[in-house]
Structure formats: structure tokens, C-alpha cells
Design a binder for this molecule. Structure first.
Ligand SMILES: [Cu+2]
Length: 183
């Protein structure tokens, strides 16, 4: 799960393999066959991406979609899918009301210090951009007792020691523990 996102470091690594690119691939591409020209354009794009990564350009923020479901692909009832997201600061999480009767809200006892709490209404699709590093516990209020919870890790973080210290229903606790196992 951790490797789902493409970080700038990955892009830089990817581009390390294109060192043989001519100094000016567009000009040199003029004499080439059309297909080759297309490849050159891809190389030019990758080289530009590498430059952005090297000079520390704007972070490539990502959006993760999380479905709110009555039944998950593994057969479990009342779930967020995926139940764990590894994000970077500035990334966005979009909660999709795939089934009716759910909401997504952060458990205020499971929120990094300085982070803004968020809460969607029932059937509401919300998008939250997370800038503060840490671990966020998200619940569906009507189905919290049934264990409808998910975890978002922002940045390279460990599970906070007091994450499950508050009052957490048994089934929710069980799932949170499994999700924290990704850290
Ligand atoms: Cu629900």
C-alpha cells in the first residue's frame, strides 16, 4: 500500500535511466521517423520532470479516492475501501458515497496536533486536503460500532502510542489495529 503513490524521488529515479537523451531531443527528432519523435517527446517530458524534482519544484500532490460501502470487495460489511491510505502532506482524500447511509468524519481523538477536524454529512461526498503530518482516524458515525473506520497516514510517520486510548468500539478497534499494522 505504501508504494501506491509516485513520489518525486521515484520520478527522479525513473529519469536516471534516460541519461542518454540528446541535449536537444526535439531538434534531433526532426530528422527521425514519427514514432521516434513521439518517444523523444516522452523523454523530454521525463527530463523536465527530473529537473523539477532536482530543483525542488512544487510537490506532485495526489488525490486518493475512498469508497464508502455496505460491503467491501473482501465481503466485510460496512467498510471504507481502501481502509488505509499512505499520503504525503498536501495530498487530498475524496470520500465517495458509493452506497447510501454513510458519512466520513475524523475522530477528534485520532487527529494530529494542529490539524483541522473534518466531518461530512450522511451521503455527502467530501474532499479533504491534509497538510499536517500524522495519523488520522476516520469513522462513519452511523456504523462506528460496526467497525466502519479507516486510517490515513500523512508523511513518514509511526502509529501514535495513544491512538486507541479513547473509547473505541470493539469491532472498530480491531480494524484500526489492523490498519495501523501498515505503519
Ligand atoms: Cu457507514
Amino acid at each position: 500500500m505504501k508504494d501506491l503513490r509516485i513520489t518525486q524521488r521515484h520520478v527522479a529515479k525513473l529519469c536516471a535511466g534516460t541519461k542518454s537523451t540528446p541535449a536537444n531531443p526535439i531538434r534531433s527528432g526532426v530528422r527521425r521517423h514519427r514514432d521516434q519523435k513521439g518517444k523523444d517527446m516522452i523523454r523530454t517530458f521525463l527530463t523536465s520532470a527530473a529537473l523539477v524534482a532536482l530543483i525542488g519544484g512544487p510537490a506532485l500532490a495526489e488525490t486518493f479516492e475512498v469508497q464508502m460501502l455496505n460491503k467491501g470487495s473482501d465481503g466485510e460489511r460496512m467498510v471504507f475501501e481502501p481502509a488505509f491510505v499512505q499520503a504525503a502532506p498536501g495530498d487530498t482524500i475524496r470520500f465517495v458515497a458509493a452506497d447510501k447511509g454513510h458519512n466520513a468524519e475524523v475522530n477528534k481523538d485520532m487527529l494530529p496536533e494542529g490539524a483541522e477536524p473534518f466531518a461530512g454529512r450522511i451521503n455527502e461526498e467530501i474532499e479533504v486536503t491534509l497538510d499536517v503530518e500524522g495519523v488520522y482516524g476516520v469513522i462513519c458515525k452511523p456504523h462506528y460500532a460496526m467497525g466502519m473506520v479507516m486510517t490515513i497516514a500523512v508523511g513518514d510517520v509511526d502509529a501514535p502510542a495513544d491512538f486507541l486510548e479513547g473509547r473505541v468500539p470493539g469491532k472498530a478497534k480491531e480494524r484500526f489495529e489492523a490498519q495501523l499494522g501498515n505503519l
